[in-house]
Write a protein that binds this ligand. Structure first.
Ligand SMILES: [Zn+2]
Length: 297
């Protein structure tokens, strides 16, 4: 059945497109203790999964366009960051296009279900949707707007500060993918988490405070080896809430799933021991114990 492609607006056969690109899911699976990870569907139900969320969004041609940005990002940013070899970041437009394409997909999904966030900010979102589409399609009508997009790189050290409020923060952020619109303290943005690399696309206001060195669109300030931390309150609020929600989801998992994890670990203990899951659980416990013994300053 043909439908209107979200990007080019032509009537075409549509693919099941990933919202968070498949390279993130493949990496999570490969580095997991069990070969599976937890995925949350649009109804909020958590399930054992081997793939990330997909929706009918794009035609073959547009899927191919976004694929180029994804491949660039996976090879030049995501995998080097995860392997600890990410040094200076080139000023390359593929990075900005990748980031814009992620938030655009999240926006489409939420427009499709008339999400309250989309209704509230429709006057801005409809303009942004057009701008972002024209940017990705290199359309002649494209004009760069002022709303900024950012990439934040979280690692264990950075997240350790939050362990007091959300004890599983490190694990929940570095071992998951997620996408949602978020609004707090007068700031509205689209947020995506890809195993610790996060995209923030500002809806209101245009600019993200305390964000020097993280912007990829409309200007690119991201680059140096020492990437800046995260200096604004709304950000930590968001990831704490996210982490606590994940805890609730994990504890609501059916017993059968938990047994399945135990059996998988029993069958291949070496894989489990060497997995990112296990390493992070261990490091998180050490950090959390250290935090507890430190007096409040
Ligand atoms: Zn298309």
């Amino acid at each position: 059945m043909k439908s209107k492609c979200k990007l080019c607006h032509l009537n075409r056969e549509l693919n099941d497109s990933h919202v968070i690109p498949s390279f993130v899911g493949r990496w999570l699976k490969k580095t997991s203790a069990t070969g599976y990870f937890i995925a949350v569907d649009t109804e909020g139900t958590a399930e054992r999964s081997q793939d990330l969320y997909k929706a009918k969004l794009l035609c073959d041609n547009c899927e191919g366009i976004l694929n180029q940005f994804e491949t660039y990002f996976a090879n030049n940013i995501f995998h080097p960051f995860k392997n600890g070899t990410l040094n200076a970041i080139d000023n390359n437009e593929n990075i900005a296009k990748f980031v814009v394409s992620i938030s655009l997909r999240v926006l489409w999904l939420h427009q499709g279900i008339n999400h309250p966030f989309v209704m509230k900010w429709a006057h801005i979102l409809n303009k942004l949707e057009q701008e972002w589409r024209q940017y990705l399609l290199c359309s002649g009508d494209f004009v760069k707007g002022p709303n900024s997009h950012h990439i934040l790189f979280s690692n264990k050290q950075l997240l350790a500060n939050g362990l007091r409020s959300a004890p599983n923060l490190i694990l929940n952020l570095l071992r998951s993918s997620a996408f949602y619109p978020f609004e707090k303290f007068g700031k509205a943005y689209i947020f995506s988490n890809m195993a610790g690399i996060q995209v923030i696309s500002m809806i209101y206001p245009h600019e993200l405070p305390a964000s020097i060195g993280t912007q990829v669109y409309p200007e690119q300030t991201l680059g140096g080896k020492d990437r800046p931390g995260i200096g604004w309150g709304g950000y930590f609020q968001n990831i704490m809430e996210f982490s606590n929600k994940q805890d609730a989801i994990q504890s609501a998992l059916p017993k059968g799933y938990k047994n399945m994890i135990d059996r998988t670990v029993e069958k291949n203990p070496e894989r489990a021991i060497n997995s990112e899951d296990t390493k992070l659980i261990y490091q998180q416990q050490i950090m959390s114990r250290k935090m507890k013994t430190q007096p409040d300053s």
